[in-house]
Design a protein around this ligand. Structure first.
Ligand code: HEM
Length: 508
């Protein structure tokens, strides 16, 4: 009898082990090999599948090696900021794939196919197992389906042109305050050297927070910005583990620090949300910022918005918009400093339109040169170097059928620097290419992406850039400092690795 029970148990156990072995073998070997075969048949090339790491180890090593030294003062930045993608494109041509563990990322650089992907967000979805994406962005940025539609509708008023117009005086005031400090330092000197990274970061954070997110700067918001820096640093250190299922539970110090920073951010936002909710109950007006709009929806039971939804949107807007806008603003100052003839043309235009009056929204439409410069910087130095979409079933794209369970990567920077797309001078700074406007330029700018999931804050970012540039150029000139080190690097968003030291002078 005992022997029978034992043999039944052994058989059941063997079956369970066999089932899991088959599942593991399928997940870690047969499925990747099948996917690879199908993609090779479609004409894509890449390294053969390697178990556990795939290409990830090589990618991280190459990035580490290249970012350990600065580059020459050139705008041809892809070999440094996306070294592995650049290397793969050189080796295999534009149709290549990269393995991240068992996950295959297929690079799509054909503008027609990219447009198709972006116009079909229900099939090409944001990767939903992307825990890091949720920490770094989250909210509207990462949500899908009904939640995305509902929250987008609630938050739309925050991004109406009327609301954006009202931001301009705050942006100009913010710049004037920052420049007042510069003026004081310049009282006894002809020029000063300033690292623009912390200056611009604080300026844009404060502007966005006051005008978009919570309507005011508080101790909590200041701490959230510090936590954002910690989150960015830790996530870079964890890049090579991110494709491991369950990396979020690994017992590493970096994971612990990241989680702690994330949780502290959530609890600070919760404090702000609760406080504002109390204020609204006692009659405080809706200021049209993200927090007010979400709380108004939360108070309407029919909306189905929970307090956690409010907290998450609010947390995410502290991260997404300010960080991208600040980074691109830094590169705009770099370009003005590096190309003095364009700086001069932009200043002439600003002075012609505004004289010494504070820049307003009406005059901004006449800033043709400034706008051309902004678009050219957004083309050469897009804050988001690439983005990914996932498919969970066989999906038609152009005349191909892509296999299920892969991701497609759209390498914005690689495409923006591609001579086949932007012409022979693709890697050079030439704002003239936007002389007829961004919509009339030959190719589509992907910095804010396109289609239904394009950047919600595009107009807001453009108005911010124009207001900041106009206000600064009215009063100061900029030159690259001899101590400036050119080292653009992707720290999730494109950042000047060793700061951005500029020599600043008053305009006489
Ligand atoms: C120069 C500045 C900016 C750049 C380059 C930028 C870039 C982008 C990109 C590339 C995406 C799409 C990412 C993807 O599909 O995976 C995106 C989405 C988004 N951006 Fe921006 N962004 C900027 C400023 C802002 C600002 C100022 C805000 C708001 C205050 C904002 C809010 C959002 C939101 C909410 C989404 C998600 C939209 C959706 O999925 O429906 N962005 N942005």
């Amino acid at each position: 009898m005992d022997a029978t029970i034992a043999s039944i148990l052994i058989s059941v156990l063997s079956l369970v082990i066999l089932r899991y072995t088959i599942k593991l073998a399928n997940r870690y070997w047969f499925r990747p090999k099948k996917i690879e075969k199908r993609l090779r048949e479609l004409g894509f090339r890449g390294n053969p599948y390697r178990i556990i790491f795939g290409d990830a180890k090589d990618l991280v090593a190459m990035r580490g090696q290249l970012t350990s030294k600065p580059m020459e003062l050139s705008d041809d930045i892809t070999p440094r900021i996306l070294p592995y993608q650049h290397h793969m494109a050189q080796k295999f041509g534009k149709k290549y794939f990269i393995w991240f563990g068992t996950k295959l990322r297929l690079t799509i650089m054909d503008p027609v196919l990219v447009k198709e992907i972006l116009s079909r967000p229900n099939e090409f979805r944001k990767p939903n197992n992307d825990q890091m994406g949720k920490v770094l962005a989250g909210g509207l940025f990462s949500s899908e389906g009904n939640t995305w539609t509902k929250h987008k509708k609630i938050l739309n008023p925050s991004f109406h042109m009327e609301k954006i117009k009202n931001m301009v005086p705050s942006i100009v005031e913010g710049c004037l305050e920052m420049m007042e400090k510069w003026n004081m330092s310049l009282a006894s000197k002809e020029s000063i050297e300033i690292d623009m990274v912390p200056e611009i970061q604080t300026l844009i954070n404060d502007i966005m927070c006051k005008t978009v997110v919570t309507g005011q700067i508080s101790e909590e918001t200041k701490r959230i910005y510090q936590l954002r820096i910690i989150v960015n640093q830790q996530s870079m250190k964890l890049a090579k583990f991110m494709f491991f299922p369950g990396w979020w539970h690994l017992p590493f110090l970096e994971v612990k620090t990241l989680k702690a920073a994330h949780e502290e951010t959530q609890s600070l936002v919760k404090k702000m949300v609760t406080r504002r909710l109390e204020e609204m109950k006692t009659g405080a007006s809706n200021q049209g910022d993200v927090l007010s709009l979400m709380l108004e929806a939360y108070q309407d039971e029919a909306s189905g918005v929970s307090l956690d939804d409010v907290i998450e949107e609010c947390r995410s807007f502290h991260f997404v918009g300010p960080e991208s806008t600040a980074r691109s603003q830094m590169w705009m100052l770099y370009a003005l400093a590096k190309y003095p003839e364009w700086q001069e043309r932009a200043r002439e235009e600003v002075l012609q339109v505004f004289g010494d009056q504070k820049p307003n929204i009406e005059g901004q439409n006449q800033l043709k040169i400034v706008t051309m410069i902004i678009y050219e910087v957004l083309r050469l130095y897009p804050p988001t170097g690439m983005f990914h979409r996932a498919i969970s079933k066989d999906t038609k794209l152009g005349d191909m059928v892509l296999p299920a369970w892969i991701q497609v990567t759209i390498p914005i920077t690689l495409m923006h620097h591609d001579p086949d797309i932007w012409g022979e001078d693709a890697t050079q700074f030439n704002p003239e290419r936007f002389a007829e406007g961004v919509f009339n330029s030959k190719m589509q700018l992907l910095t804010f992406t396109a289609g239904p999931r394009k950047c919600t804050g595009q107009s807001m970012a453009m108005v911010t850039h124009k207001s900041v540039i106009a206000t600064l150029l009215q009063r100061f000139s900029f030159e690259l400092s001899p101590s400036y080190i050119h080292a653009p690097k992707h720290s999730f968003l494109l950042t000047p690795q060793h700061g951005m030291k500029l020599v600043v002078r008053k305009i006489v």
